[in-house]
Write a protein that binds this ligand. Structure first.
Ligand code: SF4
Length: 235
């Protein structure tokens, strides 16, 4: 079986615990205003990749993974390619390599539960806890987010929560308090990370001829982000 791949990052240190090989899968149904990788959106873009190549590339990192590291499937939205991911995760497992799914909570289908069951952990980018803001930001409804949380809870799957903080949008203590409350419904949260908005992808949008919706918003102030991070219940 073949999947569609945008790119591979060796020695990734931010997309899950330990050192990881990160496969950025091609295709995303969302259109997040701050997306760094609009070139992953097109499901027909990128290139084909076979499960064998995933395993071959992932095995190169084996000396560095230690007890915590492994592979992360990111995107784009990796759950768009559930059947491929399932095969890849099982093949990696046979080599003793752990897998994480880095999902946006904007998409779920009949394969997603099996994928999450097979994976060792989930990274979830919570776009916004308010349904209207979620839709404004992503162009998608919030339903898949709740279905994903339900699956994670039922399967008792370890999860890291990530939240992008955007000036003037959710950069305040009230939002973090509401986020803490929202997350308290997920029983297996191991970490909450606040990520500061930055506009480094703006040039990419220009090149692709796509309108950059956050043009007037300045990058998130690092001190303010640090202070807000102290308010999260799980660091
Ligand atoms: S879900 Fe991720 S890849 Fe898709 S548009 Fe949003 S930020 Fe970009």
């Amino acid at each position: 079986m073949k999947g569609r791949l945008h790119s591979i990052e060796s020695f990734g240190a931010v997309d899950g615990p330990g050192i990881r090989t990160v496969f950025f899968m091609q295709g995303c149904p969302a259109r997040c205003a701050y997306c760094h990788n609009p070139d992953t959106w097109n499901e027909c873009g990128g290139r084909e990749i076979a499960v064998d190549e995933i395993v071959h590339r992932a095995k190169r990192g084996l000396p560095y993974y230690g007890n915590d590291g492994g592979v992360t499937f990111s995107g784009g939205e990796p759950l768009l390619q559930g059947k491929f991911l399932l095969e890849a995760i099982e093949a990696l497992k046979a080599e003793g390599i752990a897998s994480a799914i880095d999902t946006s909570g904007t998409y779920i289908d009949e394969d997603s539960e099996d994928v999450i069951a097979a994976a060792d952990m989930v990274l979830l980018d919570i776009k916004h806890i308010d349904p209207a803001k979620f839709e404004e930001l992503t162009g998608r409804e919030q339903g898949p987010l709740f279905r994903l949380i339900d699956i994670v809870n039922r399967l008792n799957k370890p999860i890291w929560i990530r939240q992008v903080i955007i000036p003037g949008f959710n950069d305040n203590a009230d939002y973090i308090e509401a986020l803490n409350e929202f997350i308290s419904d997920i029983k297996t949260v191991k970490k909450v990370e606040l990520l500061g908005y930055h506009n480094m992808a703006e040039n990419k949008y220009e090149r692709l001829g796509i309108k950059y919706r956050l043009k007037d918003i300045k990058p998130m102030n690092a001190d303010k982000l640090r202070n807000l991070s102290r308010l999260t219940t799980i660091a």
